[in-house]
Structures are given as structure tokens and as C-alpha cells.
Design a protein around this ligand. Structure first.
Ligand code: PAF
Length: 273
């Protein structure tokens, strides 16, 4: 597996590749969720490139940029064993200049839900994903459905900028207890982890209610909020696949989203209905 440190090295490596290229952008601290993206890419492409870059521009002041887990040696091993061909691990100084040309997330869909509680977060995500896609120039790029709004905005950017990469959405991976895998789960104490299980529990409850015929999103949200009461909930929202809020569930076109703090740790989760 090649380790590439600079955009120039990645571009030179990419230029010599023949056949299809899959790309998995990550911020590292790789878990089974990331691994499922990597495995999909390895299965679907001749070459797989993974990036590990804790992108400073997508963290707001006071967020967890400094303490975000960095596990570069373990991550390298995981990638190597999974059959990754090249790992791109740049320094921030190699990615960003001063007084950059900026990408701005759309003023509506980029500033609701996650974008409302983390204003500017998606500007940073789109800025870095745009750069990474230009550098890796992949046929396919893999993103998890757990970051549903991020996935939606990246698909939108790729379409609107006429970029030639297929965005492949990947299913959420959960631990046996139901908690969606996230690098931030590492922050949770055992007690907090138990409390965090209320999030998947609330989503499961909503899915059950829908199965039994409840389609009013206001009723579903109310029931979920009951379950989530011990947590500091930022939002429970139900949207369609275009991220417009909806009054009634439409099977095949709805996403139920939760963001909540467990102690100091902010977690998000969702289910696609
Ligand atoms: O989902 C992530 O890990 C990050 O937001 C991404 C897409 C790698 C951009 O930094």
C-alpha cells in the first residue's frame, strides 16, 4: 500500500492508474462503518484510494477538532488488510492556502438541521470534499448514510459542479447493541454508552409505529422525544430524500433524523424509511 502525503504525490499516483478507481474519504479512527465503505470500493473497483484527513474547516470554534481521535498506525493496518492500494494522509498546510476560494453550502439545505446547529460545518465539508474529489478523480466515491445530510449535499455539489464521480451511498453499520458506529463513540463512558442507546431505540420505535400504520410525523416525533427525554436533544426531524420537512411519512422517500448530546458528546443517527 502506497502512503501519499501531498496533493502532488496523489495526482502523480492517480495519473498512472488504469481501470476504475474507488475513493473513500475519511477523518480516520477507522471502524467497521468505514471498513464497509472500503470493502465496497475494493469489490467494485480496480483500485481503491482512502484519505485520512481531520479537516479543520468543518469544525466550529469550540468543537472537538483538537481531541478528535487520531489513530494513524492502526488505520494504516486496517487499510492494508482491507486491500487499499493507496492511503492519502496530508497535512492541513498541504491542503489549504491563506485567503482561499471558498465553497458555500446552499443557503437553505446547508443551513437546516446539522447546518443550523453547526453553521458553516457543511461549507468546510464541501470545501474539502471538492478538493479531494479533484485530486483522487475517482469513478466512484463512497459515503455513509449516517451522515445523511452530508451525503445529500455532496450529491448536490457533484451534480451542480458537473463532476464526473458517482457517489455511492453506504448503509449505516451498527454495533450489536444498536448504536450506529461513529469515531465519536470513543468519547463515551460505559454509562454514557448505555444512555446513547436511547437514540437507536427511538428510531426503532418510530419504525415500529410506521409499520403499525402511524404516518403523521408530528406523532412520531412526539413519541421519539419521550424516549429521548434523558438526553439533550438538538433535533428530531423527519424529511423526504430532498431534505424537505414532511407532515406524513412516505414509504421509500422519508428519513428520520436525530441529533442529541450524551454528556459532552454529540451524536447523530437516522433511519431511511
Ligand atoms: O464524513 C467524514 O468523515 C467527513 O465529513 C469527510 C467526508 C471525510 C470530509 O472531511
Amino acid at each position: 500500500m502506497k502512503i501519499l502525503r501531498t496533493p502532488k504525490e496523489l495526482q502523480a499516483y492517480r495519473k498512472d492508474l488504469r481501470g476504475s478507481v474507488g475513493f473513500v474519504p475519511t477523518m480516520g479512527a477507522l471502524h467497521k462503518g468505514h471498513l464497509s465503505l472500503i470493502e465496497k470500493s475494493v469489490a467494485q473497483n480496480d483500485h481503491t484510494i482512502v484519505s485520512i484527513f481531520v479537516n479543520p474547516t468543518q469544525f466550529l470554534p469550540g468543537e472537538d477538532f483538537e481531541k478528535y481521535p487520531r489513530r494513524y498506525e492502526a488505520d494504516k493496518k486496517i487499510c492494508e488488510l482491507a486491500g487499499v492500494d493507496a492511503l492519502f494522509m496530508p497535512e492541513a498546510s498541504a491542503i489549504y492556502e491563506k485567503d482561499e476560494v471558498l465553497i458555500k453550502a446552499p443557503s437553505q439545505k446547508g443551513y437546516v438541521l446539522e447546518g443550523h446547529f453547526r453553521p458553516g460545518h457543511f461549507d468546510g465539508v464541501l470545501q474539502v470534499v471538492n478538493k479531494l474529489l479533484h485530486l483522487a478523480n475517482p469513478h466512484r466515491a463512497y459515503f455513509g448514510k449516517k451522515d445523511a445530510q452530508q451525503l445529500f449535499l455532496i450529491q448536490k455539489m457533484v451534480r451542480e459542479f458537473f463532476m464526473d464521480t458517482q457517489i455511492v451511498p453506504c448503509e449505516i453499520v451498527r454495533d450489536d447493541d444498536g448504536l450506529a458506529l461513529s469515531s465519536r463513540n470513543l468519547y463515551l463512558s460505559p454509562e454514557e454508552r448505555q444512555k446513547a442507546l436511547l437514540i437507536p431505540k427511538s428510531l426503532k420505535r418510530a419504525a415500529k409505529l410506521i409499520q403499525s400504520g402511524v404516518i403523521k410525523t408530528s406523532s412520531l416525533k412526539e413519541q421519539m422525544l419521550q424516549i429521548l427525554r434523558p438526553l439533550k436533544v438538538e433535533y428530531v426531524e423527519i424529511v423526504d430524500r430532498k431534505f424537505d420537512a414532511i407532515d406524513d411519512i412516505r414509504i421509500g422517500d422519508s428519513i428520520i433524523l436525530v441529533a442529541a448530546y450524551v454528556g459532552q458528546t454529540r451524536l447523530i443517527d437516522n433511519i431511511w424509511i
